[in-house]
Structures are given as structure tokens and as C-alpha cells.
Design a protein around this ligand. Structure first.
Ligand SMILES: Cc1ncc(COP(=O)(O)O)c(C=O)c1O
Length: 401
């Protein structure tokens, strides 16, 4: 800490950064030095030497809860309310199926523009009970009034993956609870990017990934939150032996472990969880309000830079200008978005493209500075002025955009 808050330059040194301006914290965070050394220890000592004994010696068995508790500190949740493991998609299925069974109702409301996996998971749940389950994809603005006594669950992303719009968690929880419905939040684009207040907003359920703003590594495990209150009655539907009350008794009948552990399904991903545990250490002692303040300042500066680029180029900022309504990335619409992003990457400014016409740039104060924003502005202006986006090299799209 300095007098004015965290020492951002020092925090930046905690990462191994590529020789590029990196704006993809909303897709894959960079590698922290701490992760490299922690992984070496896990592989060379715990796995290589400890082998099977490490399940007890190094408490591998409880890694999902240990990592979960660290995430809870960033999510406004308490110890024992979050467990880490599986992908976000699997966690969504776990919690949505449990919520549906718990409520005894059949309607699920979601944002019609939600992240595709959220919609796909719901469509799978509907196909389990095609006669009963009704999925209602709606514009988010219509959702608070659409919740009724028939609604089991509302599934929403806290920050929209396209526009970067931040939704009002407290208001939506309240409106859903007024009608007896539960809310499941997808925190993939907010965890580690801004303070999340699960408990204070009265949240029931949440999931999120750790490879974006938490820098857990490619394909790192996701997490599931079940409020302490709901834990007493919510039964897992996706059941596995690692969520059993006594897994090594090898009983034929399922009895969920007490608390959040019941949401664990299979064997914990020890290597991947160890990487997340290490990357989370970077957040220790960091007040997320400082991070938020700097993120808003930087995304505001990026939007002002874009406004300053010649208006004839047809750039349209789709991210809300209002501080309270945006997360931590800036999305810009342009008919040639794909080619522009490719040209920027070639120039050492890494952002991404989301079909059909959006480019996204994440703001991540842990390892970015004003110089990155300036570089993005300069390079973007040049790509547009020179029409470099039209380079035939960009006419074929890669598998991952
Ligand atoms: C909002 C949101 N939810 C879910 C996912 C998918 O998560 P996973 O691949 O861990 O299942 C993503 C991936 O980017 C996402 O942005």
C-alpha cells in the first residue's frame, strides 16, 4: 500500500507479462510468478514425493473448500459458502437443477442474451422434464416484473459478457424473493474485477470462473456459492462420491456432506486448484474498492480516448457510460470488428472479438497502466486510418476468436 492506495506498479511485477498490451483479463488472466513457484512445489514435492499420502498430508481432499473460502473473501460471502471445482457450465447445472427441485416450481427466467452456456444448460434441464419445465428468456429490464409465484429460478450474469453492463444484484434478489423465487448469479465477469456483495445483497446461489480476473490459468476450475441459509435445505441433484457425508465408507446410498461440501461431485482437480490458490494470494490485503475505483477511472479514460478518435470511423461504444452500470471491460461495435482486433493483435495490443461485430477490451488494474490505454488508443486510430483491418490475412477466422 502507498498513501494513495495500493502500489499498482509493484502489483504488476507479480505477473509474468508478455511483450504486449494485454486487454484480455476478461477471458484469460496472465501467469502470476506465485503460480509458477507453487506449481513447482505441488508437482515436485506433493505429487512426485508425497504421492497418494498427499491427500492427507497436504489436505488435497479439502482444496475445494480452501480455495472456495479465498474466493468467498472477494465475493462478499462467508467461509463455508463457496466451493471450487468443475467448469462454470457444470456448476450452473449443479445449482440450477438443485434449485428447481428445491422450489417445487417449474419456470426458469433468464436473460435472452445471457452467455450461451447458461442458456444451453437450461435447455438441457428443460429436456429432462419437457412437459413441466418452462424456460423464459427475456430482456433483463423486463425480468423483475416478470417473476411470479410460478417462478422457481432467475438465472442472470452479474456483468453482461458482451456489453459489460453491470446488473443490480440487490434489487433483482429482492424482487425475486418477494415472489418466492431464487436467483442464481453467474459472476464470471465480476469476480476479481469489482467488489461483489453476495451476502449483503441477499443472494441465494452463484457460480463463476477463475481463469478471467482471478488469473487461475487456462481452464482453471469454477466455483459454486450456496448461501448458508439455503444450505440447510438445498439437496444436490448432480451427486458424486466426493460430496458424500462419508465418501470412504463406500455406501450405496447418497447422503450429502454437510454444508457446501455436498456440492462437490468428483475428485478435486488438485493441480488446477493449486494454481488458483496461488493466484488468489495476489488479492490478499487488496481492498477491492481501490481496484474498482481504478478500473472505473481506466475504463472511463479508454472510452474518452475512443471518443477522441475521428468519428467517421463508425465506432460505437456499447458499454454503459454510467460508472454504476458497467463492469470492467469496454465493448465497441464496428462492422469490421474482427479485422480490427486482428490488426491490433499484430501490433501488440491484445483484445478480442465477439460475433457478430463487437471488440472487447478488459480493464485489469492489477497489471495494466495508463500507458496500455494510450497504446490501445494510438494503435486503434492507426488501424482505422490505414484500413489495415482489410488485410486479406484476416479473412479466415481462427477457431478461438
Ligand atoms: C458469463 C460466462 N459464463 C460461463 C462461461 C463458461 O464457463 P466454462 O467454460 O467454465 O463452463 C463463460 C466463459 O467465458 C462466461 O463468460
Amino acid at each position: 500500500m502507498t498513501e494513495n492506495g495500493p502500489d499498482w506498479a509493484r502489483l504488476r511485477q507479480a505477473f509474468e507479462l508478455p511483450d504486449a498490451h494485454y486487454f484480455m483479463g476478461n477471458s484469460l488472466g496472465p501467469l502470476p510468478h506465485a503460480t509458477r513457484s507453487a506449481m513447482r512445489a505441488v508437482i515436485e514435492e506433493q505429487w512426485s514425493q508425497g504421492l497418494i499420502r498427499s491427500w492427507n498430508l497436504h489436505d488435497w481432499f479439502h482444496l475445494p473448500e480452501h480455495v472456495g473460502d479465498r474466493i468467498a473473501a472477494l465475493a462478499g460471502a462467508g467461509p463455508g459458502e463457496i466451493v471450487a471445482g468443475d467448469s462454470t457450465s457444470v456448476c450452473l447445472f449443479k445449482l440450477a437443477s438443485a434449485a428447481l427441485r428445491h422450489s417445487g416450481r417449474w419456470e426458469i427466467i433468464t436473460d435472452r442474451d445471457n452467455f450461451p452456456t447458461d442458456l444451453y444448460v437450461l435447455s438441457g434441464i428443460r429436456d429432462l422434464y419437457p412437459e413441466q419445465v418452462e424456460i423464459r428468456p427475456l430482456p433483463v429490464a423486463d425480468i423483475p416484473d416478470a417473476v411470479s409465484e410460478r417462478t422457481a429460478l432467475v438465472l442472470l450474469s452479474h456483468v453482461d459478457f458482451r456489453s459489460g453492463r453491470l446488473y443490480d444484484m440487490e434489487m433483482i434478489n429482492r424482487r425475486a424473493h418477494d415472489r418466492g423465487a431464487l436467483v442464481l448469479w453467474d459472476l464470471s465477469h465480476s469476480i476479481g474485477a469489482l467488489p461483489v456483495a453476495l451476502n449483503a445483497s441477499g443472494a441465494d446461489l452463484a457460480v463463476g470462473c477463475t481463469y478471467k480476473y482471478l488469473n487461475g490459468g487456462p481452464g482453471s476450475p469454477a466455483f459454486s456459492y450456496v448461501s448458508r441459509e439455503l444450505q440447510a435445505s438445498l439437496q444436490p441433484i448432480l451427486r458424486g462420491w466426493m460430496g458424500h457425508a462419508s465418501p470412504f465408507e463406500m455406501r450405496a446410498d447418497f447422503e450429502a456432506a454437510a454444508g457446501i461440501r455436498g456440492m462437490v461431485v468428483g475428485t478435486p482437480e488438485v493441480l488446477a486448484l493449486s494454481a488458483v490458490k496461488a493466484s488468489l494470494s495476489l488479492f490478499e490485503g487488496l481492498d477491492l474498492r481501490h481496484l474498482r475505483e481504478r478500473s472505473l477511472h481506466m475504463s472511463g479514460a479508454l472510452m474518452a480516448t475512443i471518443d477522441g478518435i475521428d468519428g467517421d470511423h463508425g465506432l460505437e461504444i456499447v458499454t454503459p457510460r454510467e460508472d454504476s452500470q458497467r463492469g470492467s471491460h469496454v465493448a465497441i461495435r464496428h462492422a469490421q470488428a474482427y479485422g480490427i482486433v486482428q490488426a491490433l493483435i499484430r501490433r501488440g495490443v491484445i483484445g478480442d472479438f465477439r460475433a457478430p461485430d463487437l471488440m472487447r477490451f478488459a480493464i485489469t488494474p492489477l497489471y495494466q497502466s495508463e500507458a496500455d490505454i494510450e497504446a490501445l488508443g494510438t494503435q486503434l486510430a492507426e488501424v482505422l486510418a490505414t484500413r489495415e483491418w482489410a488485410d486479406p490475412a484476416f479473412s479466415r477466422r481462427s477457431t478461438v476468436t
